[in-house]
Design a protein. Structure first.
Length: 276
């Protein structure tokens, strides 16, 4: 079937817009200098991008664009560069807090509203132990979960600066909460066999590889919340991938229209003996 000129024009217009975002993301990530002087501009940029990737009107153009090799490459580059900018904006937010200024506008307001719906019916409680992979400089998930439930929480991140800022943020906002931040690899964690809930940030590129690696070292009843974005949202998040059905099963999917990521809930696959 021949595509209509409107659809073709929508894809071309979207591609031009996305190339513009890619250039601005690259410039913003490279411009981080440890100060907050570019914070406001990046906040506006990410809020605008979040609006673009959650607008259903952009889906038809993206569907056509994603079917091309150029579109696939553009989407991959945008995921990488927007993830770098998310890391930077979290550093800006941490620095603002530590300077006595804070807020949850734009992009952060969207993320925080997602966190409130993270686990649904299997949400952590005061006896839970929660691991966050990719905690960043402003560990909102850990602060929200620990303050609301009293759960013990551990965050890991590979960025030393993010860990240092995150610890200072937790010290300021998380008094009395059981929250720790570490820089170890996930397979090195003594906490891992105790974890009842594990959250993977949507901007962790290797999250599905890590999911399969942690299977033998986790509890049989562990619940994993995998943040992801498919379709248009994959421009801002790493998408869902198939899992080995012998190891993991998809227990549910929390779709969040208007939010920047969705959530896939995984539990360990039951053996044939267990299912009988």
């Amino acid at each position: 079937m021949t595509e209509t000129p409107l659809t073709t024009r929508a894809a071309a217009d979207l591609a031009a817009t996305l190339h513009g975002y890619l250039g601005r993301f690259t410039e913003a990530a490279q411009g981080y200098d440890g100060s907050t002087r570019y914070a406001a501009a990046l906040e506006v940029l990410l809020a605008s991008y979040a609006q673009l990737v959650t607008d259903p009107a952009n889906e038809p153009g993206y569907a056509q664009l994603a079917a091309t090799e150029a579109g696939t490459g553009l989407a991959a580059a945008l995921r990488t560069e927007s993830a770098r900018c998310v890391a930077v904006i979290e550093k800006y937010r941490a620095l603002r807090l530590l300077e006595g200024r804070s807020g949850a506008e734009g992009y952060f307001a969207n993320i925080e509203s997602c966190i409130a719906e993270e686990f649904g019916a299997v949400a952590p409680d005061s006896g839970s132990k929660v691991l966050l992979v990719g905690s960043g400089s402003f560990p909102m998930t850990l602060l929200n979960l620990a303050s609301r439930t009293g759960a013990s929480a551990l965050g890991i991140d590979i960025d030393p600066e993010a860990l240092e800022l995150g610890r200072r943020v937790v010290a300021q906002l998380g008094e009395g909460l059981d929250i720790r931040l570490q820089g170890e690899e996930i397979h090195q964690l003594d906490f891992l066999p105790q974890a009842t809930h594990i959250v993977f940030s949507s901007t962790v590129a290797v999250k599905y590889e890590l999911l399969h690696q942690l299977h033998p070292r986790t509890r049989d009843d562990v619940v994993v919340a995998m943040r992801f974005g498919d379709g248009l949202k994959s421009l801002f998040n790493y998408p869902m991938q198939p899992v080995d059905p012998r190891l993991w099963q998809l227990a549910g999917t929390i779709r969040q229209p208007g939010q920047v990521f969705d959530i896939a809930l995984y539990t360990k696959a039951r053996t044939r003996t267990e299912s009988n």
